[in-house]
Design a binder for this molecule. Structure first.
Ligand SMILES: [Zn+2]
Ligand SMILES: [Zn+2]
Length: 86
């Protein structure tokens, strides 16, 4: 069996972590230096509970910044970028 490694499941504390709870991690993205919200489960969709938590995190961490749902490098694991600037 081929072992598929997911960079987001395997997230090590290589970059700065701003926040962690049982559902999400917020850390610096290793490729673009933006803040990145990463779901702890390997999935592409959020549950209702996770969506509600996400909204609270966005109010706290994203403020008026633009966010991006584009997942170019890792399409099969939910994460989101908080862009620098407005
Ligand atoms: Zn994953
Ligand atoms: Zn990035």
């Amino acid at each position: 069996m081929e072992k598929t490694k997911c960079r987001l499941c395997d997230l090590e504390q290589k970059t700065k972590w701003f926040y962690e709870d049982e559902l999400f991690i917020i850390c610096n993205c290793m490729t673009c230096q933006c803040k990145m919200i990463v779901l702890k489960r390997h999935d592409t969709k959020l549950t209702l509970e996770e969506s509600n938590r996400l909204l609270k995190l966005l109010i706290k961490f994203a403020e008026n910044r633009r966010v991006s749902f584009v997942r170019r490098t890792i399409p099969n694991h939910w994460h989101m970028h908080i862009k620098n600037g407005r």
